[in-house]
Design a protein. Structure first.
Lengths: 314, 343
């Protein structure tokens, strides 16, 4: 019993990491964009195009890292449209984001039909051509260490990127400018910061991260893309941004909490306890809500978040 | 500058909708050589689209076979969202089709309303059984439990740990057939084998499917069967990573993991479409009924690639079982009550 409890904890932690990783990437994208003052509801669409690009490039080249980078570029490309609409043309950022959410899946489907003989699903990538698992085979199979740490490299990269984003936002000149643009763009402009340029980069970067998040689903969690692969993760990541108070480490914790709740749900569902699986399926959302209400406290968004900046306006 | 940019942007958006529209457009593969009398049969896909490598694709293959062998004229309309169902059906109605198909249970209410509004038009739907079917409508359902029974038997015979798993999508009448048919098959093969069952409460959450399958493999199961759509991608992925076995559903899913998917419980939507079309041509359209297709009618089966992993002796036994089910010697259970009576 003692041993099985440890294995249970190992399983839940392992599932947490698997579940949280795509959310962490995408939430980091949201953090960057929103700290610069651009609301990015289009994360879901950018994730979808990233998931497709990752799966397709991975299948055709057999190189998972090339696929991962291509997925980021695809997400960034889609984000460029969001930037043009919401930064250059001062369009409503929510509307533009919704448009991206329609455009992303539509484009993915369209491209899939071209490259995969009309199929809406990409072909499966073989295990050897997927993102490597650095700790695979090092620990004995089904031991606690194996259950927790035998993850794809994308998992470890996600945590590394949390640190990088935190460092860039709070310890570099670029980060300071980015946050200034999100808090008070006019003041930043007065001091010679190019608000448009910073916002463009922030939105494009957020697309790159969302693309990574999509690829973390399509070439690590599973090995093919299908239109329903990304269904809601982008929005959960967006919630994680707000939940995490617009900070990279906060968003990471929120994603981990959600992943942990999912792991717990799956574990409880397998124990044969007499709770209907519908109720169990609600658990992650209920836990998230309770924590949000009870423990997080007041969250203050960047002051100019969601407000388009137009030069010379009073 | 701004005007030019905005113009380009609008153009891009317009183009992309246009292109996506193209990809999903209708395709009249009209066979004009057959004279005026050729029957016209058309189908509306659900949001999966005609190349979904699942039941929509299978349905279209059935119609194409009908075109080749029965000389009917066939076409399809794809739906990009649930709101497209009714307009697509209206359009097919205007095109004077003799029979209009709806592929998938999601169109159940839409086609019922259409059938009531247009009593002279014949309709049919896959995967839907009405309590009262109008005279001009046919519901076609499949005895998924029979194919599930056969793959359950294979699992029961092949497991080395005496534990197998079942991952369901969302509990309900359709998935119950898979669930209890599978359990019955496992028990029939070897009463000692334990079946771990868990529902994902989703048809899309692949990560959850993977987590559930991982936990089943960790508990000692060595074969997991899924009836859960996209969730199943995660189940098969877990099998691939852990070097365990999985069983696919609806179509032959061996291509997803050639070394791990030992068989699949297949639904032959194509045979269903073909059969009804043939009956229509012969003037025997079963209007007002629910047609149930099982092993006997070729409506369900196990995957043709099963012989790659399943030993020949077991496949021979499966063939015998198939005959017994067709002859009515074995009544495969399809829900909790019938399963309780089964042994």
């Amino acid at each position: 019993m003692e041993g099985s409890l440890i294995l249970t904890i190992g399983f839940i932690l392992g599932t947490t990491l698997m579940y949280a990783t795509p959310l962490i990437y995408t939430a980091l994208g949201g953090v960057i964009s929103e700290n610069a003052g651009v609301v990015n509801i289009g994360l879901e669409g950018m994730m979808t195009i990233g998931a497709f690009t990752g799966a397709a490039v991975g299948y055709f080249t057999g190189n998972p890292w090339l696929a991962f980078i291509a997925a980021g570029l695809a997400g960034g490309f889609l984000a460029l449209f969001h930037a043009i609409a919401s930064v250059s043309f001062a369009a409503d950022q929510v509307v533009s984001g919704i448009a991206i959410n329609f455009l992303g899946p539509g484009l993915a489907l369209f491209l899939s039909r071209i490259f995969f003989e009309g199929a809406t699903m990409t072909k499966s990538i073989s295990l050897n051509d997927k993102i490597p698992r650095p700790f695979n085979g090092i620990f004995p199979q089904n031991s606690i260490l194996d259950l927790i740490f035998n993850q794809y490299a994308t998992v470890y990269l996600a945590f590394f990127l949390v640190f990088i984003v935190w460092y860039s936002l709070y310890k570099t000149k670029f980060g300071l400018r980015l946050r200034a643009v999100g808090e008070h763009p006019k003041a930043a402009d007065t001091l010679g910061v190019n608000v448009y340029k910073i916002r463009y980069w922030a939105v494009i970067l957020s697309g790159v991260f969302a693309g990574f998040g999509g690829a973390a689903m399509s070439i690590a969690v599973v090995s093919n893309f299908r239109p329903t692969l990304i269904s809601g993760q982008g929005f959960i990541a967006l919630a994680a941004v707000i939940f995490g108070k617009w900070k990279p480490q906060g968003a990471m914790l929120a994603a981990l909490l959600f992943g942990g709740a999912q792991g717990l749900t799956v574990y409880l569902g397998g124990t044969g306890i007499q709770v209907s699986s519908q109720i169990l399926a609600m658990l992650p959302y209920v836990i998230t809500l309770i924590v949000l209400i009870g423990f997080v406290g007041k969250a203050v968004s960047p002051a100019a978040n969601g407000v388009a900046y137009e030069k010379g306006e009073r | 500058m701004r005007k030019i940019l905005s113009f380009i942007l609008i153009l891009t958006l317009a183009m992309s909708t246009f292109l996506v529209g193209c990809g999903a457009g209708n395709e009249d593969s009209a066979d004009k050589g057959n004279g005026e009398a050729a029957l016209k049969v058309a189908m509306v896909t659900d949001v999966g689209g005609v190349n979904d490598q699942s039941f929509n694709q299978s349905a279209w293959e059935g119609l194409q076979r009908a075109q080749e062998e029965l000389g009917v004229t066939v076409s399809y309309k794809e739906s990009n969202q649930d709101a497209d169902y009714a307009p697509n059906m209206e359009q097919l109605l205007d095109e004077n089709n003799d029979l209009i198909w709806a592929i998938g249970f999601k169109m159940g209410d839409t086609i019922l309303a259409e059938a009531k509004n247009n009593p002279d038009q014949k309709y049919a739907i896959i995967d839907y059984a009405y309590e009262e079917t109008p005279e001009n409508l046919v519901g076609v359902v499949f005895k998924a439990e029979q194919a599930s029974f056969l793959v359950g038997y294979i699992a029961g015979k092949m497991t080395k740990t005496n534990k197998v798993g079942f991952v369901g999508g969302i509990e309900g009448v359709v998935i119950d057939g898979f669930d209890y048919g599978f359990q019955a098959g496992v028990k029939y093969a070897n009463p000692e084998v334990q079946v771990l069952r868990q529902y994902a409460e989703s048809f899309t959450d692949s990560a959850k499917g993977k987590a559930i399958a991982n936990s089943m493999y960790q508990d000692g199961a060595d074969i997991v069967f899924h009836a859960a759509g996209g969730v199943g991608d995660g189940v098969i992925e877990a099998a691939k990573e852990q070097g365990k076995y999985a069983i696919g559903v609806d179509r032959d899913q061996n291509d997803l993991a050639p070394d791990n998917v030992i068989t699949s419980a297949m639904k032959r939507v194509d045979n269903g479409m073909y059969n009804i079309t043939e009956q229509l041509k012969n003037g025997e359209f079963p209007g007002g009924q629910t047609v149930v297709l099982g092993l006997a009618e070729g409506g369900v089966d196990i995957a043709p690639t099963s012989d790659k992993h399943v030993p020949k002796e077991i496949l021979d036994e499966v063939a015998t079982l198939k005959q017994k089910i067709i002859d009515g010697e074995i009544n495969v259970p399809f829900n909790a009550e019938t399963f309780a009576q089964f042994k």
